[in-house]
Design a protein around this ligand. Structure first.
Ligand SMILES: Nc1ncnc2c1ncn2[C@@H]1O[C@H](COP(=O)(O)OP(=O)(O)O)[C@@H](O)[C@H]1O
Ligand SMILES: [Mg+2]
Length: 593
């Protein structure tokens, strides 16, 4: 239960809805409890008039008795209907307050979680799988809502009903009350247990269902591989096995479900039977009237739903507590990157790495060892090195996806950590190695940093990235939707759209991580030529494992074995005949081959 304390802030925020809810629950119950009295009055009134009628010999007097009876019953019916309407009205208002409150809480909580997700760093996303993250926003919040809404409502209802109904029952006959209530705790406890079994089984089914979904998903996305290897039969069998398991789990739930209803009816029936039996004896003793017995039966029925809900409420609370615990743990996760500084600086573009080392926290791989270099504002530099030498890591450190394990990074002589993170990132254009496009129009993907950019400007940057002609060949041109629900782009097209996106951001520092790898040599040349003009006043870091002879880099940083092997211009490095020379020679050999 202590995990659910985190929700108190929401109950305080929506206290008026909650308090109104309590009022409406009470009013609903008051009008429910009044009703059986009228049934009793009707029955007792009828009995009484019947006796008078039988005792009366005068025919006219007999007629009067019948008339009084009819009029009396009619009034009772009118009262009854009136209270039913009132009760219905308040029941409507009760749901309108408490269930509405729970929807507000759900909305707030989802937004709170989402905002926190955005604060966390890539390291967090590496540790947790996407399915878990999604289920926290969807399922866990949903379960908590079940507690905030239905569970709270039914629990309030339970308390109020119990106080009112049992109060009235004891007032009529304490003995009968005692007997009639005996089976109810058994009902409640068994419902709690059965409900828990049902929940567990449902979860197993849910897990298997998501298994099935991911199998299907993987098959669909890998359909070409499956066909090429003629593995249709095998994947089909695999799916069938999992389907079988899903069926078995579902059938096992159905069995429990099927037993649940009869059990409830049996226990409720038992209470009714006891009412008739013990009530009958009490009537014989003259302690109560036949009307009381009928009244009692209605009270017993009024209690059964809250008692049934007790077991149900208990298991909802249990599940909500487990979900809230996961939510709390998540909200307590602090981002690895701390950003206590709020000062904004306008970046010039000098970059310094001073003895920077970095070890990936999850794998313990030392990706960078004692890296030092300096870049002056406006310089164009290249970072080159074999796959796995740490190039991407340098770029990630520069935009603070991670912080260095040792050493410092400076932009314009201010340590990177001193920058307001958002402000710093807004001044760096970064095209990551694994390009990502949103399932949106090409225009919106390119204008991601500033959605109000005009189409003209978007076109201009598309041209810089040599993708404009291809975009114009699509039927919808810049409105073409990319991704799953849209056109499939080639790797090179995606890369160039990402480059256009980074160019459009127009930041003083630009980092391109291996983003020409899927582009053919000619296109590469024209992009680089555009870049020379476009990047004139910008500090540019181009990460690659190919050497562009076209762009005269001011400096080339050569990485080898996670540390800096050489730094210099193309000519210097060629003369030095070190790692760079080797890479260059290999590349030349490959190209001529
Ligand atoms: N997110 C990560 N978690 C753990 N290890 C990583 C991660 N990314 C890269 N590495 C490791 O760090 C080293 C450097 O990787 P990376 O910077 O991607 O090299 P490059 O970009 O030069 O190919 C490699 O050994 C790689 O396996
Ligand atoms: Mg890389």
């Amino acid at each position: 239960m202590r995990h659910l304390k985190a929700l108190n802030k929401y109950f305080i925020k929506y206290k008026w809805l909650l308090l109104l809810g309590v009022l409406f629950v009470t009013l609903t119950n008051v009008f429910s409890v009044i009703q059986p009295r009228y049934i009793r009055e009707a029955i007792d009134f009828a009995f009484q008039k019947k006796q008078e009628y039988d005792a009366q010999l005068n025919v006219e007097a007999k007629d009067t008795i019948v008339n009084t009876l009819t009029r009396g019953l009619l009034f009772i019916v009118l009262y009854y209907v009136g209270f039913t309407v009132l009760r219905g009205l308040f029941m409507f208002l009760m749901r309108q307050t408490i269930i509405v409150m729970s929807r507000h809480v759900e909305y707030d909580q989802k937004n709170e979680l989402y905002a926190h997700y955005q604060k966390l760093t890539p390291a967090f996303y590496k540790k947790n799988n996407t399915g878990d993250l999604m289920s926290r926003v969807a399922e866990d919040v949903g379960r908590v809502r079940q507690y905030v809404g239905p569970a709270v409502m039914y629990f309030l209802n339970l308390v109020v009903t119990f106080i009112l109904v049992i109060g009235v029952m004891i007032h009529i006959s304490p003995t009968l009350t005692l007997y009639v209530l005996l089976p109810l705790p058994i009902l409640s406890i068994s419902i709690y247990y059965v409900n828990n079994i049902i929940q567990k089984k449902s979860e197993l089914i849910q897990a298997q269902l998501s298994n099935l979904t991911s199998i299907a998903q993987e098959t669909f996305s890998g359909i070409r591989v499956i066909k090429a290897y003629a593995q249709e039969k095998n994947t089909e069998n695999y799916f069938e096995e999992n389907c079988e398991e899903y069926k078995n789990r579902s059938l096992s739930l159905s069995k429990v479900d099927a037993m649940f209803q009869p059990l409830m009816i049996l226990l409720i029936g038992l209470s009714t039977l006891i009412t008739i039996l013990v009530g009958g004896i009490e009537v014989m003793h003259g302690n109560i009237t036949p009307g009381n017995v009928a009244e009692f039966m209605i009270y017993v029925n009024m209690l059964t739903w809250p008692v049934t809900s007790l077991g149900w409420v208990a298991s909802i609370i249990q599940r909500a507590a487990a979900s809230q615990k996961r939510i709390n743990e998540f909200l307590d996760t602090k981002p690895d990157i701390e950003t206590p500084f709020k000062t904004n600086y306008s970046i010039n573009g000098n970059i310094t790495f001073k003895n920077v080392s970095f070890t990936y926290p999850d794998t313990g791989v030392e990706a960078l060892k004692n890296i030092s270099f300096e870049i002056r504002s406006g310089e164009k530099i290249a970072i080159i090195g074999r796959t796995g030498s740490g190039k991407t890591t340098i770029a990630d450190l520069l935009v603070r996806m991670y912080d260095p394990t040792e050493g410092e990074i400076y932009i314009d002589d201010i340590e990177l950590k001193k920058y307001n993170l958002e402000n710093m990132r807004s001044q760096v254009s970064y095209v990551p190695q694994d390009v990502f496009l949103f399932g949106d129009s090409i225009k919106n993907n390119i204008a991601f940093s500033n959605t109000s950019t005009s189409l003209e400007t978007v076109k201009q940057y598309a041209q810089f990235a040599s993708i404009d002609e291809e975009i114009e060949q699509f039927k919808d041109q810049y409105e073409t939707i990319v991704g799953e629900r849209g056109v499939t782009l080639s790797g090179g097209q995606k890369q160039r759209i990402s480059i256009a996106r980074a160019f459009l951001k127009n930041a003083p520092i630009i980092i391109l991580d291996d983003c020409l790898s899927a582009v053919d040599a000619n296109t590469e040349k024209s992009i680089l030529a555009n870049m020379r003009n476009y990047l004139q006043n910008k500090t540019a870091i181009i990460i690659t494992h190919r050497i562009f002879s076209l762009l005269e880099f001011d400096k080339i940083i050569v990485l080898d074995g996670h540390s800096v092997a050489e730094i210099g211009t193309h000519r210097e490095l060629m003369e030095h005949r070190g790692v760079y020379y080797d890479i260059f020679e290999t590349q030349q050999a490959e190209e001529s081959a």
